[in-house]
Ligand binder design. Structure first.
Ligand SMILES: [Zn+2]
Length: 222
């Protein structure tokens, strides 16, 4: 009988919204490793978690991620109820609603770590690229509004790629996480002040669909 190889999950160190950004990122990376192994530690005690957070919430991080059904931050980082404040919108864009939600988590819930999470094969970014390349608008006004938030990232990548070559989707996706991160600061006085004076940090991530790995603060080649 062959010996079964057990890949165990790691018990990630608990962090709070008062932990240093470095510690929070370590916690996210630890949870992501468990997710990649398919060994979530958060499968039990759900009933207990619901009761614990009945009257309050103290998430240790904010995640601005895409609405894509394959990108679920709470699973990706192996977190419990009440640990992540997740804002999801196609293309992980910084628009009025996502910025306002993040302002709440920073100003009221005192979160100091923000992660803008992009992902491989993002349909919203693909649509923005299509609009930029063909010059044809997206099928609806609403979608055009959304795509408008991603076009600056497409244009940055277009400027740096050779004339004959289209910019790669991956680079645009990564560039778009940086663009959203900078928009959060540019478009919100609350977030601007929080970053400059209260030690709030904004990071970016790139999620790989098959492996489940999140690469943190990856630079685009744009
Ligand atoms: Zn997406």
């Amino acid at each position: 009988m062959s010996k079964e190889i057990q890949i165990h999950s790691e018990k990630c160190k608990k962090v709070t919204n008062k932990s240093a950004a470095e510690e929070i990122q370590k916690r996210l990376k630890c949870g992501n490793k468990n997710f990649m192994k398919g060994k979530l530690t958060n499968e039990q005690e759900i009933n207990e978690q619901r009761i614990r957070w009945e009257n309050t919430q103290k998430p240790f991080a904010i995640v601005l991620s895409c609405a894509d059904s394959r990108v679920i931050p709470e699973l990706i980082f192996d977190t419990e109820l009440g640990e992540l404040f997740v804002v999801r919108v196609a293309g992980n864009i910084a628009n009025i609603s996502s910025i306002a939600s993040i302002e709440y988590a920073v100003a009221v819930l005192k979160c100091k770590y923000i992660l803008v999470l992009g992902h491989e094969e993002c349909g919203a970014v693909e649509e923005a690229k299509k609009v930029a390349v063909t010059g044809k608008p997206a099928p609806s006004d609403n979608l055009n509004q959304l795509v408008g938030h991603i076009l600056p990232a497409v244009n940055t990548c277009k400027c740096t790629s050779s004339k004959r070559k289209e910019p790669s989707l991956k680079n645009i996706i990564i560039e778009n996480t940086y663009h959203s991160a900078s928009e959060l600061v540019r478009c919100s006085k609350i977030l601007q002040k929080a970053v400059r004076k209260s030690g709030v940090e904004i990071h970016t991530g790139y999620y790989h669909l098959a492996s489940g790995k999140v690469e943190f603060d990856k630079k685009s080649k744009c």
